[in-house]
Design a protein around this ligand. Structure first.
Ligand code: SF4
Length: 758
């Protein structure tokens, strides 16, 4: 069965069989367009991805707005108003015609029987499962009345809270924050669960988080992939790495886990978890002692090199580095010296390394090593982490004034998160900021006023946040929980009202990346299915109803056209940066920002204007001016648990699709065979993994890819096999994050567990 105008309604209601879907894809030729087949990231820079380009379809421009390095530019094929298939846009040299297995499931995702279709209300109380369909008017009326009730009783709307994160990074989706801005001062779950400690580290060192274009990696002479697994999670970057390797570059993977990327590297170095900072400090000491450091660059562009070198001389003993990291000293020396001799050389740091209690300090140590080697500000060099340099949109959807007379929080203002680009005059009041990484306890503890209404958008709180038992308590004490989503996810189960939200194929938007330098248009390719609405339309409906009930209570526009809002997001700076005169040029395909090499001019946005080995700000905020070694959290149970991202999902997204269940039907715990033997666990046995937080039951897979003393479980949400690795994670913070994102990160990978055979 395939998708047609006649059968699409029946498919969405009843589901398309998984077998039919995969068969349908094979027949359409889409499977053959997957880079290197359906699962592999073995695309070569010179391999031509077949361009489907069938003429009998209407085509539209889209982008994948999920929290993924690759932010693919997509071409969507539609027949009779029904999406048939998508492919990666050929015009982007980064996407180059291919999408990952998740992207290629978009048609299935849009027409999934599991999508939310209508507003619903849980009439038997949160978690009861007793849902009834309600009209949009009814849903919006209930929400509007609750907001006005809170305002009347509290004299402020601080009792209304918003939690939103990375489910959709489209620029107009900041209209959700705009909706909350437009009703008054409210409470925001602020900060970022993903990368805060690293953001702080790079800002302390360089005054910014700004990485070189990943496409340059093809010309790097030495690449260290440090705790990053692009073969699984940024497959489009792999072609540049392969090309560099083909041209003679050495590619080294440093990771506690032998990953898909490690299997493709020139060398894999297994490191003891949480000791990466010490390794970087040791490597810096080695190249300085060998006279391979770039003294000229350091003299001209850095502050505190002398103090840093004195620290290395005094505190860093190479034998200790070898012992602590578990890497032979000869191997460390060879790695450091060959990196320093190869120019340009680069290090790409993943987002797992900073999810430790010493995460920020580890990123600072690696930045410092790259700086000492003279590879900052160089083409194909750099200490790569991410960037927001192409995100300079107007944020028109976000920028809504407060209603006159709004009363808010009058304490010190917190930061608003890494994507909040819009400043403004200092007001007498602010919103109230709670730490998104401690959602459960923050919601429970918030007083004067207490939080009574929670709006959840672009986020699956029960899949991504910690301390499930407390989360249930926190949700149960709220008067009204609204979940606006595309699917009936784990969080929706604890909502009072769910609102069905449009996919990126049913609205207009614009997307950029935190990794590459491309800009993509998101066109409305199909009419919204059933009763789904864009987040902007929902905001407009709420505004209309609130103003009917109380004139002037909401400043958000009372009607919303996603295309008109998208157009408002562009400005001359964006046009200039991307070399276009109008947004309409994006209908011809994505465009790339003009080439720029970060810090090539030696200008850093630090207080000194230089790369800061010695940072007064770091001393003030985190107690150490230098990127000194900080020991990682001490174990509180027998095994370290690590929970990286899976290639089958983006956090809890995609894994809920039926065909993902076909190719990856259940979660596993990956155990080193020595550890398994000691517990008499065999391949396929069901085991309990437990700690002070909770207990999970899942099957064991034995593999040497995981070092002894560590268990690996991917973070995912499964539909029929409810499993959430975060149930074992407490909310202990990483060392940094509060400087730039308002709250520290979570030390996810400093979780400790035990296991037994069931
Ligand atoms: S998940 Fe990532 S790689 Fe896959 S389609 Fe989306 S942006 Fe591309």
């Amino acid at each position: 069965m395939s998708y047609s105008k006649e059968n699409v309604e029946s498919i969405v209601n009843n589901g398309l069989s998984r077998r039919s879907f995969l068969k349908g894809l094979a027949a359409s030729g889409v499977l053959s367009s997957f880079p290197g087949g359906i699962l592999q990231a073995n695309e070569d820079l010179n391999t031509k991805i077949p361009y489907l380009g069938q003429k009998s379809y209407q085509t539209f421009r889209n982008a994948c707005p999920r929290n993924c390095y690759d932010t693919c530019s997509i071409k969507t094929y539609v027949k009779d108003g029904v999406m048939q298939f998508i492919e990666g846009a050929q015009e982007s040299t980064y996407t180059r015609g291919g999408c990952c297995v998740k992207g290629n499931s978009y048609v299935k995702r849009v027409y999934s029987a599991r999508r939310l279709k209508y507003p619903m209300m849980q009439v038997g109380g949160k978690g009861s499962g007793n849902w009834k369909r309600i009209s949009w008017d009814n849903a919006i009326d209930i929400i509007a009345k609750k907001l006005l009730e809170i305002k009347k009783e509290d004299g402020t709307l601080l009792g209304a809270a918003l939690t939103k994160y990375s489910g959709n990074f489209g620029i107009t989706h900041y209209g959700i924050e705009g909706m909350f801005n437009s009703i008054g001062y409210t409470t925001r779950l602020a900060g970022t669960p993903c990368w805060p400690a690293g953001i702080d580290a790079q800002n302390l060192d360089m005054g910014d988080m700004w990485c070189n274009d990943p496409e340059e990696m093809k010309d790097s002479k030495f690449i260290i992939l440090w705790g990053v697994n692009p073969a699984a999670n940024s497959i489009h970057s792999m072609k540049y790495i392969y090309e560099a390797k083909k041209k003679g570059a050495k590619v080294v993977v440093i990771d506690p886990i032998f990953t898909e990327t490690a299997s493709k590297a020139s060398q894999y170095i297994q490191i003891k978890t949480g000791t990466d900072g010490l390794l970087a400090l040791g490597m810096a000491k080695i190249i300085i002692e060998a006279g391979l450091h770039d003294q000229k660059w350091l003299d001209a562009n850095s502050k505190g090199y002398k103090e840093y070198k004195a620290y290395l001389d005094k505190e860093i003993k190479l034998d200790d580095v070898a012992k602590t990291t578990g890497i032979p000293l000869a191997m460390i020396k060879e790695l450091a010296l060959s990196f320093a001799k190869a120019k340009p050389a680069t290090i790409w740091m993943g987002y797992g390394m900073q999810r430790h209690t010493n995460g920020g300090s580890m990123i600072r140590a690696i930045d410092a090593f790259v700086a000492v080697s003279g590879n900052i500000g160089k083409y194909a060099g750099g200490a790569r982490y991410g960037h927001l340099s192409t995100w300079g949109f107007n944020y028109a959807a976000l920028s809504q004034p407060k209603p006159e007379g709004s009363v808010g929080y009058s304490g010190p203002e917190g930061a608003k998160g890494e994507f909040a680009q819009v400043g403004g005059a200092k007001a007498a009041y602010t919103d109230r900021f709670l730490n998104i990484n401690k959602t459960a306890r923050e919601l429970l503890n918030a007083k004067e006023p207490k939080v009574r209404l929670l709006w959840v958008a672009c986020k699956n709180v029960f899949a991504q946040d910690f301390d499930r038992n407390q989360l249930i308590r926190a949700f149960q004490q709220l008067d009204l929980v609204v979940v606006a989503d595309q699917f009936f996810n784990e969080t929706a189960k604890w909502a009072d009202i769910v609102l069905p939200v449009a996919t990126q194929f049913e609205e207009y938007d614009v997307n950029v990346s935190y990794w590459h330098y491309w800009l993509s248009l998101n066109e409305q390719a199909i009419k919204p299915l059933f009763e789904v609405k864009s987040d902007l339309e929902i905001a407009a409906m709420l505004s209309k109803r609130m103003n009917q009930l109380s004139a002037g209570s909401c400043t958000f526009p009372q009607s919303a056209d996603t295309k008109a809002m998208m157009v408002k997001e562009f400005n001359p700076g964006i046009y200039e940066q991307f070399g276009i005169k109008s947004w309409e040029e994006l209908k011809n395909g994505p465009v790339k920002a003009k080439a720029v090499i970060p810090y090539a001019d030696g200008k850093f946005k630090t207080p000194s204007g230089k790369f800061e080995f010695y940072s007064d700000k770091a001393l003030e905020l985190f107690g150490s001016a230098l990127p000194a070694y900080l020991e990682v959290r001490k174990p509180y149970d027998k095994f370290r648990m690590t929970s990286p991202h899976s290639r089958w999902s983006l956090h809890s997204q995609f894994q809920n699709l039926e065909w993902m269940e076909d190719v990856h039907p259940e979660p596993y715990v990956y155990i080193n065979p020595d550890d398994a033997e000691a517990k008499m666990v065999k391949e396929g046995d069901t085991v309990a993994v437990f700690n002070k937080q909770g207990l999970l039951r899942l099957k064991a897979k034995l593999t040497d890819n995981v070092q002894a003393g560590t268990l690996l479980m991917y973070e995912q949400w499964y539909n029929n096999n409810i499993y959430n690795v975060n149930e074992l994670v407490d909310d202990t913070s990483s060392d940094m994050g509060a400087f730039k994102t308002g709250a520290p990160g979570v030390a996810l990978h400093d979780t400790f567990v035990n296991f037994r055979k069931l």
